[in-house]
Ligand binder design. Structure first.
Ligand code: PEP
Length: 243
């Protein structure tokens, strides 16, 4: 993966009570004492940010939020701002995850506003993009993702504030993954649209069995991991698969 250090990020989604989250974070922190070639990040649900952050303290494993509101504060019931994430100890925020684009109707403009909010708070924005199954079958996957990048990534992106996660919608939580050729082609297309050296992660059913092949691709700079990030041994096996 060239000279970019890999990032393996766990998206816990809406999973975990206090005891589970703390136990998982402690197990990851323990494993992170062993040598590893990548940066590590976990993105727990909001209720677990503080206890997970405490469990990870000193481990080198970073903490991230799964979403943020464009505004810094205000009358937005149920939302969380990038400043609140920062206050809770986060260094990163995922924005534009397909589960928000497709189930909450978030547009590229929404994702762009959230990216700017993350930057305003001093967070790295992990901007998620990816095509649906129908879009891939129609041969427009690269066009769709290119449009998402153009609409979602604000001017001012650089290596210290942006990570892209390519996550085909049809690969998330399904056990399906694109071919190695398709991942390579898409990552190369994305790379032509973002600042040189930007980390581009692959996400969608990454697991301990397929991680080594995907993470070995020169265009892939790490993984955004959903289901497999909920088991410390699986998350760690994926991290260990980074070349
Ligand atoms: C995700 O939702 O970001 C994801 C990659 O999920 P999974 O690994 O479960 O497919």
């Amino acid at each position: 993966m060239a000279d970019r250090k890999a990032l393996v990020a766990g998206n816990w989604k809406m999973n975990g009570r206090r005891a589970d989250g703390i136990a998982l974070a402690c197990a990851i922190a323990e494993r992170a004492k062993e040598p590893h070639a990548c940066d590590l990040l976990v993105c727990p649900p909001v209720t677990l940010l503080v206890p997970v952050g405490e469990a990870l303290a000193g481990s080198g494993v970073a903490l991230g939020g799964q979403d943020c509101h464009p505004a810094a504060s205000g009358a937005f019931t149920g939302c969380i701002s990038a400043e609140m994430l920062r206050d809770a100890g986060c260094s990163h925020a995922i924005v534009g995850h397909s589960e928000r684009r497709h189930t909450c109707g978030e547009s590229d403009a929404d994702v762009r506003a959230k990216s700017l909010a993350a930057w305003r708070a001093g967070l790295v924005a992990i901007v998620c993009v990816g095509e649906t199954r129908a879009e891939r079958e129609a041969g427009i996957a690269i066009a769709v993702v290119s449009n998402q990048i153009a609409g979602s990534v604000p001017d001012g992106a650089g290596l210290d504030n942006l990570v892209i996660a390519y996550e085909p919608v049809w690969a998330i939580g399904t056990g399906l993954t694109p071919t190695i050729a398709d991942i390579t082609e898409m990552h190369a297309a994305i790379r032509s649209l973002v600042p040189s050296g930007t980390r581009i992660l692959y996400g969608g059913s990454v697991n301990p069995k397929n991680a080594a092949e995907i993470l070995a691709l020169p265009e892939v700079d790490g993984a955004l991991v959903g289901g497999a990030s909920l088991k410390a041994e699986d998350f760690w096996a994926i991290a260990q698969a980074c070349p």
